[in-house]
Design a binder for this molecule. Sequence first.
Ligand code: PQP
Length: 418
Amino acid sequence: MTTDNVPILTHDPFDDAVLADPTEFHEALRDAGQVVYLEKYGIWAMGRHAQVHAALQDWQVFQSAAGVGLANFRKEEPWRPPSLLLESDPPHHDAPRHVLANVLSPRALRRLRSLWSQDAEELVAQVLSQSTAFDAAKALAEPFPLRVFPDAVGLPPGGRENLLPYGDHAFNAFGPTNRHVQKGAARVAELGEWVGSRCRRDMLADQGFGAAIWAAADRGEITEQQAPLVVRSLLTAGVDTTVHAISAILHCFATHPDQWQRLRADPSLVRTAFDEAIRLESPVQTFFRTTTQPIRVGSVEIPADEKVLLFLGAANRDPRRWEEPNTFDLSRDPSGHMGFGMGIHQCVGQHVARLEAEAILNALIRRVQHLELNGEPVRHLNNTLHAWASVPVRVELDHEGAQSTGSPTSLVTPAANP
Ligand code: PQP
């Protein structure tokens, strides 16, 4: 490779200090150029919105089948059989994607909305009845997805405590083999076996996402060999992501009480709030692609068969794209954010995430008139996920809101004056 014109950075994006707060690194990355070379890993990286967007659209050149982590599957053995969704390209990607898109479509999720709203109401009521000071990550963001998602998949009750550690390891494993990966290595065989065994048809309830995937195999849309791996994608991707998305949203509001007032005054902002929090916090920070041919980006030519690290989190705060990018602001239009990726791999589970987050927020809107931090939040470090281990909050209850236990339609009643 020629290093003429190539901005070279010596930073380690997987260093704990950067994982904990990537803001400065993201700025250095974006300002260094359209694409940079990260010497430490011998990889390329992009952090500007325009280039990340373009690379995600160009799946022919920036392919996924060689792995969306640091490991190049053409040269290294993957730690588990590659995902048919995430680590795959057309034409192999098409059938599994089509199946999962149907299983997780807004239409397919419709019957879950009232169930999950009720579950959120119960959980929020229970938490608030115990104390008005609690850890929003541990009391709400973590239990809620674990309460609704495994049931929606149709998992048997035992062993669900394995889901978060398995997902956490999978997201660490997209990065280098640093201490986060090593820490997970001890349990990876056991967790992998548990997850693998839950993907079998006979393990899954006859209603649910899992059964719906197997039904697609019965219709010939995917093969019987593919079905368990598609279920595995749900189990890998479905819990940690939404846990950290919900804690990101709650952290945003706890640190911006004025935006909470605004949301309460106009609960129809719930969808904007979700996307704005995803934009700002980018629970999934990065994904790799691998070049299939030499590709010019600005004045730089990336050779073929190179790993390129795409910073969704940096693109989501690129001042070239966003005004006041570091501010949580419900008056902006966050659409076009890359928190769910872009292009053919754009998050197929995003409607699930949205539904879960909306259920929790709606339950809180009615009951909580003020929300603020009650101590220092603590990061949970992961090579891919931007996450909180702890978000201590203090709330003031709206006693009128708390007493009305009407149907979900009553949620749209504004509870406070602006
Ligand atoms: C962010 C699929 C999707 C979802 C898999 C897999 C793993 C993670 C994710 C990442 N993912 N949202 O194993 O198929």
